[in-house]
Write a new protein. Structure first.
Length: 507
């Protein structure tokens, strides 16, 4: 069995200056798995801390894991760091040491009567060692707004094509959430005087000059459905409506695996890239010129895999019910039904899975002169095992897989996907849905010590697919243009377009 290891200690912390001593409540620690209160977000984002300040690494997504002291508690995946409520002082705390009965924390905010911490009214104080106290930071916020927004649809070659891309939450600007693209200045920000969302390639400025805008109409973030974007057109000297430009809350790529040869429709496997909205929901296509698409069908509230592309018809090669909160088709909880011509209907295929994960994971940092240095290298996504993505290094048996019995990611250089709990290296998952998480601490087997030893130099880097320039994808053309309509008037039938795409009279 893999030996457990104690977590390392942190010093960037402090007790609350004027809180209670933090003795346990009469009932002791109470942790209840959460399935209550629909208005409480399942994911919150901490943002706004300057990258050069202490405790800036508290930023990121936190996923709801429990109730603690009568309020929801959240954990940053891959770490012990939690966002929890401390009832004796009526405060929200961010604590690297997780859910514990203590007032010691890295950051806190007065509770202010809110039932969850995703309130932009809260003012946070962050521990700073040089001051030996928590210091107010008005820039930091906790929000339920999406951590990233995709801007898609501006045609290649047109002015302001650079608006396209992925924008990440960075904090507040004029009282609303603001986003920036990668390492560039390009930003999406709010302009209060005009109640508009602005896309500004010159960054977070307090001016009404922009490259594109949409009337906000009271929306809380710029990825809200229904925004209409107007883009600056120099030839006209004004902003002009671009109905193809969309700001979307969705992953920029979805992976589909598990349809095995020689079964029909096996070619549906592969990577699907966000292309825009179709029938009011995110739509995805392969970038290989095949036209294969995943789209929404509103009449039956279903997601369809359609190898004939983005169409407004009820024909498909596979479908899954969209009920259950599936706002996009990249969720491992979805059950897919695939067309079988011999049976004349769709049949459930539990092996087909759609999900969001890095296309590859790169392991770096193991000293080449140390035992098990072969863990270094690039591992490509190949399957879903134990309901988690699984990765394999080409031309080897080296794999990264999930081991649910101990909630760990395992690097196995010998037994592949069938090695049980024996591993050359492992990391406690702590909520990480894939192994490409730079927060993970890896332990590597050292024969001389007879155990796995922490190696803080090892980093598991996620490798995501690059955004697609659809103008360069052969055979796509207008098929890649998103549609916002509700689809055709037909109901979804139990028949599909097969891969051969012959007559539709029977389909």
């Amino acid at each position: 069995m893999i030996s457990p290891h104690a977590p390392s200690a942190y010093s960037m912390r402090g007790g609350l200056q004027d809180s209670a001593s933090g003795s346990p409540l009469a009932g002791g620690l109470t942790v209840v798995l959460t399935d209550q209160l629909d208005d409480i977000p399942n994911v919150v984002v901490v943002a706004g801390r300057h990258k050069d300040r202490e405790n800036q690494d508290l930023q990121g997504e936190y996923h709801r894991i429990a109730n603690f002291h009568g309020r929801p508690a959240y954990r940053k995946p891959g770490t012990r760091t939690c966002l929890r409520y401390w009832s004796p002082a009526d405060r929200w705390l961010i604590d690297r040491e997780g859910l514990q009965e203590s007032d010691t924390c890295n950051a806190y905010a007065e509770q202010g009567g809110v039932m969850h911490p995703a309130s932009e009214e809260l003012v946070w104080r962050i521990w700073e060692s040089k001051h030996k106290q928590h210091v107010r930071d008005p820039e930091i916020l906790v929000t339920s707004a999406p951590s990233s927004i995709q801007v898609v649809g501006r045609a290649a070659g047109r002015e302001n094509f650079a608006l396209n891309g992925q924008y990440h939450l960075v904090g507040l600007h004029q009282g609303r959430v603001a986003y920036q693209k990668g390492n560039s200045k390009s930003a999406i920000r709010y302009w209060a005087l005009g109640d508009r969302w602005l896309i500004d390639l010159d960054g977070l400025r307090d001016v009404d000059v922009c490259n594109g805008y949409a009337d906000a109409h009271g929306t809380s973030h710029p990825g809200a459905v229904g925004l209409q974007w107007h883009v600056w057109d120099s030839s006209r000297g004004r902003h002009a409506l671009d109905s193809t430009l969309q700001s979307v809350v969705a992953p920029h790529a979805i992976e589909l695996v598990g349809r095995e040869a020689p079964k029909e429709n096996q070619s549906m496997n592969g990577s699907y890239h966000l292309v825009g909205l179709h029938a009011g929901r995110p739509a995805f296509m392969k970038a290989d010129g095949s036209g294969h698409a995943i789209r929404y069908w509103p009449r039956e509230d279903r997601w369809l895999i359609d190898l004939a592309g983005l169409r407004d018809v009820d024909l498909c090669n596979a479908y899954s019910e969209a009920v259950g909160g599936f706002e996009h088709p990249g969720d491992l909880g979805m059950v897919w039904h695939v067309w079988e011509t011999s049976r004349g209907r769709h049949l459930t295929d539990p092996g087909v899975r759609t999900f969001v994960a890095p296309h590859a994971v790169r392991i770096i940092g193991r000293d080449p002169y140390k035992e098990n240095s072969a863990v270094n290298g690039e591992y490509k996504l190949v399957d879903v095992i134990e309901s988690k993505p699984a990765y394999k290094k080409e031309d080897t048996d080296h794999v990264i897989r999930y081991w649910p019995a101990e909630d760990r990611w395992i690097l196995d250089l010998e037994a592949g996907f069938h090695g049980g709990d024996v591993a050359n290296s492992y990391a406690d998952a702590k909520g990480a849905e894939h192994p490409g998480n730079t927060e993970l601490l890896w332990y590597v087997w050292e024969t001389s010590r007879g155990c796995h030893v922490a190696d803080e130099d090892i980093v598991a880097e996620p490798i995501y697919l690059e955004p697609v320039d659809w103008s360069k994808v052969p055979g796509i053309g207008s098929a890649a243009e998103p549609r916002g309509g509700g689809g055709s008037a037909l109901g979804l039938r139990s028949s599909v377009a097969t891969e051969s795409s012959t007559s539709e009279s029977e389909r």
